[in-house]
Design a protein around this ligand. Sequence first.
Ligand SMILES: [Zn+2]
Ligand SMILES: [Zn+2]
Length: 136
Amino acid sequence: MQSKDILIHHGLTKTPCRSEMLRVLTASGTALSEDEIRGSLLVDFDRATIYRTLRTFLDTNIIHRVLLSPTEVKYALTDPGRERSGKPGHAHFHCQFCSRVFCLGRLPVDETNLPDGFEVREIEIVLNGICDRCKG
Ligand SMILES: [Zn+2]
Ligand SMILES: [Zn+2]
């Protein structure tokens, strides 16, 4: 999907910052941190605008958060087909050499292990390892 179509699909109007950030996220093919996104923008937007745009993208599920550590957050484009069933919960692969991050399919999580009355709201699974490119 082109970035313009992604915005329309989510009921958002096109702004220079939204278009440019989507271009960067689409082109990268991997999850990016806020700093990495900012570093790839061809236009200088102020931090508040970038922050607001990230929030909007998260709220509309255009992107999702990948928590690599308590202090390291990256943002990945959401594959609409993958998240159709509602509950977020696919795993991510993090390459420890090039630090690229990839969305994986759903991992089976055995919710029957939960104590009575507990309910899963979010699942954050990161597999750390080495990607094909670094391994080769
Ligand atoms: Zn790698
Ligand atoms: Zn993902």
